[in-house]
Write a protein that binds this ligand. Structure first.
Ligand code: 48N
Length: 329
């Protein structure tokens, strides 16, 4: 309560009571778990807590801004320089692409694998289960992939449920990003395919991808020519999904470059048919280009499966198997 008189401001005692110590609520947690006893609370410790005797004296090590810039720039452009020659390039870091990268990166640490992802955030449609709900359903036997990667789930008999789709995606992503032979270029779009034509047979082989930063790719119509970059590679695995601004990119490009007549187009939702078809038919559709995940449904005319992701991870496994055949020869 402010009293202003003779131009002085006084605060009524009730308004200036010193900050109360936070009440320690020893009530049950909302989960109903037994509260820790006073003694337990007093002996709690964590290596990160009370690291500093006092935050008042806390300070970071000194740094110059240009040092930060060089730390980022050198590494990014070293990676671009290195991965411009890749053994395998995966287009699309959704559930299918990441699952494929996990298998390939684990099995063949000698191969150089680049992943191109148009979004700033990799993961595609696998951050949520369906209709923006968080739980992710996978039909058996896809749980074998979750066991391999270490994603916990609830076993419901014929299917399993990961409590949050982001738990699946972040776990696979974390494993893939830690691999020394795999580099994710996110916010980077594949905007064309590199081709080689056999002089005798005329057969066209896909021999790499044409890339640009996504924010550049999205503005080719309102800026003067902004030329792309390139990655030469032995095998392109395209898993660019079935919707979104860049969905089904490679198969659409095959049509526009007259390598295939037309896309069959994704059919209506039928979980039973869709998942088996996508996994079984993940394959090399033109020399040097393997297509899987939901992009394949646009090419083959397979049904969509809706909010179940087992076909994505096993399509990734199948695509990895198909790609490795190239390196066994
Ligand atoms: O998650 P998506 O879209 O694709 P998949 O095939 O990995 O998983 C599909 C899955 O999420 C479903 O759609 C589920 C099963 N629903 C089915 C249904 O019936 O509705 O990931 C594709 C990724 C995305 O992150 C895109 O940003 C990226 O590919 N992408 C590209 N990245 C680089 N260059 C491009 N041209 C490009 N196009 C797409």
């Amino acid at each position: 309560i402010l009293r202003i008189s003779n131009r002085t401001v006084t605060m009524a005692p009730s308004a200036v009571t010193p900050p109360q110590k936070p009440a320690v609520l020893a009530t049950k947690s909302v989960a109903g778990a037994e509260p820790l006893s006073t003694e337990e609370r007093k002996t709690l410790s964590h290596p990160l807590l009370s690291l500093f005797s006092s935050w008042d004296n806390f300070t970071f090590s000194p740094i110059r801004e240009s040092t930060v810039s060089r730390a980022m720039t050198r590494r990014y452009f070293h990676d671009l320089d290195t991965y411009t020659e890749s053994d395998i390039t995966i287009v699309g870091a959704g559930s299918a692409g990441l699952s494929c990268a996990y298998i390939l990166g684990t099995l063949r640490p000698d191969l150089r694998i680049s992943i191109l992802e148009a979004g700033v955030a990799p993961g595609g449609g696998a951050w949520l289960g369906g209709q923006l709900f968080s739980a992710m359903v996978m039909r058996k036997p896809a749980q074998i992939f979750l066991d391999q990667v270490g994603v916990p789930y609830e076993d419901e008999g014929d299917y399993v449920v990961v409590k949050h789709a982001a738990l699946f995606t972040s776990t696979v992503l974390s494993k893939v990003l830690q691999m020394d032979n795999v580099k994710l270029f996110n916010a980077t779009t594949v905007e064309d395919l590199i081709t080689r034509q056999d002089q005798e047979t005329g057969e066209v082989r896909i021999a790499g991808v044409v890339t640009n930063w996504t924010l550049v790719s999205m503005h080719h119509d309102d800026q003067s020519c902004m030329d792309p970059n390139t990655i030469n590679t032995n095998v392109v695995i395209s898993m660019t999904g079935h919707d979104g601004p860049f969905g089904a990119f490679s198969v659409k490009r095959l049509v526009s470059m007259k390598q295939v007549q037309q896309l069959e187009g994704m059919r209506g939702l039928d979980m039973g048919r869709a998942e088996d078809a996508i996994v079984k038919n993940t394959r090399e559709i033109v020399p040097g280009l393997i297509v899987g995940g939901m992009e394949l449904s646009e090419f083959d005319g397979a049904n969509r499966m809706g909010p179940t992701f087992g076909a994505m991870v096993l399509s990734g496994v199948k695509a990895a198997e198909e790609a490795l055949k190239v390196f066994e020869l």
